[in-house]
Design a protein around this ligand. Structure first.
Ligand code: ATR
Length: 271
């Protein structure tokens, strides 16, 4: 049976084994998908052991996405732009290929939510790995401008240096005043129950407040946006499923339907 796995540290909380097992059932793929806890300094060895024992492909999560980028022999344009790899596989020539499906997962989820990205001005909060991976796919989807606002402005400026003038970097307190129909929280603030401290005025013309973090309850950022009158809020569960579906398609050549798996995950989260 073909073997796949997600590598991370910690890994116990990962939903990927459940998601990919559901995709496999739905698409009638004979495959097995497990979670592998790699030692903090031993990702490359874990991956090599996995391939030596018949592993076909893998997902990579925190904190190994940059190490997977270094390890891959062939990188997709998306992975190169993101500077990180979340999907690995061995091609028919035996080369280790690295791709990144996080950004296209986000774009797919935004489309599912009815957002029309062409010509849209996006406010993207945060300048970590999650944010960096989103920029290329957002621009490729026709976004007019991405305003990248980060608490530590230098990090936003460093990212902006590898993009064209459609990306504007700033701090959280000097965001250009214009309409932002879409605001994406790509900071990790939701994991600690907080939100990026931006002025409520930026939300005035916002149609969708999107948080890449997800949980049983709406995140602090989503709750705040709702209080401010933003008509639609979404968390990152759909992005998680869409990046997984894109990885599954790369490995197996078939595209699963995320909706039934999303319904199951929502039930699980609600306990
Ligand atoms: P990830 O890989 O999830 O993007 P990361 O690389 O650690 O994680 O980046 C975390 C991001 O969240 C950073 O942009 C961080 O801001 P700083 O660069 O200023 O540290 C941002 N962040 C985390 N908590 C935040 C908070 N409470 N308010 C604003 N930004 C926050």
């Amino acid at each position: 049976m073909d073997r796949y796995a997600v590598f991370g540290n910690p890994i116990g909380q990962s939903k990927s084994p459940f998601i990919h097992s559901q995709f496999a059932l739905q698409c009638k793929q004979l495959m097995q998908y497990e979670a592998i806890l790699a030692p903090a300094d031993g990702f490359a060895d874990s991956w090599r052991d996995f391939v030596a024992s018949g592993g076909k492909g893998g997902n990579v999560t925190v904190p190994f996405k940059e190490q997977a980028y270094q390890l891959a022999e062939v990188l997709s344009a998306r992975a190169r732009q993101a500077g990180a790899v979340n999907t690995l596989y061995v091609n028919t020539a035996g080369q280790l290929c690295g791709d990144n499906t996080d950004g296209i997962g986000l774009v797919a989820d935004l489309k599912r939510l009815g957002v029309s990205l062409a010509g849209c001005t996006v406010l993207l909060l945060g300048a970590g790995g999650a944010s960096r991976g989103a920029i290329g796919p957002l621009l490729d989807a026709g976004v007019r401008q991405v305003v990248l606002a980060n608490r530590t402005v230098s990090k936003a400026q460093t990212i902006a240096a590898s993009f064209d003038s459609r990306l504007v970097a700033c701090g959280l307190t000097d965001i250009p005043e214009q309409a932002y129909p879409l605001i994406i929280n790509a900071t990790s603030s939701g994991l600690t129950g907080s939100r990026p401290e931006i002025a409520a005025t930026y939300l005035k013309q916002c149609q969708l407040a999107y948080d890449m973090v997800y949980g049983a309850q709406p995140t602090t950022f989503m709750q705040w946006a709702k209080q401010q009158g933003v008509p639609q809020q979404a968390d990152g569960l759909g992005m998680l499923l869409a990046q997984a579906a894109a990885a599954f398609t790369i490995w197996r050549g078939v595209t699963p339907d995320i909706e039934p798996v999303m319904a199951l995950l929502k039930k699980q989260l609600a306990g």
